[in-house]
Ligand binder design. Structure first.
Ligand code: GDP
Ligand code: MG
Length: 163
């Protein structure tokens, strides 16, 4: 089976870090500054016996007033449109923000399988944020640490169930 998965979420939650980990190469730029990934990037991901196309996007940011934000948003909408499934990522250390809620609604309207990932969940600092994530109504969150490579087995299970 072959499919494509778009990683979406607001800037700085760790989308590019997960993309690089699943592709096994540093194709995407990881940066602390929000909005550094301005293009869509595609790579071939491998997770256990699943091989799939993965799409990294610029972060979704509410309020399309500046043209950059508008472009980022359109890029993400195009990726959501194109992909077979969506991985919606939040930052477990920050918890659910109003932007997360806004974009969770947008993703839900796409009517495609959605996997909810709560990233940066390593250690105790992410626990409250993981619990918060249940309120998004996108199913059970998968706690992840893209940076440390934790949670990939649960991500694999969630992908299997969603497809
Ligand atoms: P993006 O804007 O969503 O693509 O986020 P990036 O992948 O560029 O990551 C933003 C920041 O979060 C970087 O400083 C990453 O090193 C950091 N980061 C990514 N994943 C994790 C994680 O699992 N744990 C922690 N603590 N930091 C992370
Ligand atoms: Mg990025």
């Amino acid at each position: 089976m072959t499919f494509s998965l778009a990683i979406v979420g607001r800037p700085n939650v760790g989308k590019s870090t997960l993309f690089n980990r699943l592709v096994g190469k540093k194709l995407a730029l990881v940066d602390d500054r929000p909005g550094v990934t301005r293009d869509r990037r595609e790579g071939q991901a491998k997770l256990a016996d699943l091989t799939f196309t993965i799409i990294d996007t610029a972060g979704l940011e509410e309020g399309a007033d500046s043209s950059l934000i508008g472009r980022m948003r359109r890029q993400t909408e195009a990726a959501v449109e194109q992909a077979d499934a969506i991985l919606f990522m939040i930052d477990a250390r920050v918890g659910v923000t109003p932007d997360d809620k806004y974009f969770a609604d947008l993703v839900r309207r796409a009517d495609k399988p959605v996997i909810l990932a709560a990233n940066k969940a390593e250690g105790r600092a992410g626990e409250a944020g993981v619990l918060d994530a249940y309120a998004l109504g996108l199913g059970d969150p998968v706690p992840l640490s893209a940076e440390h490579g934790d949670g990939l087995i649960d991500l694999f299970d969630a992908l299997r169930l969603a497809l």
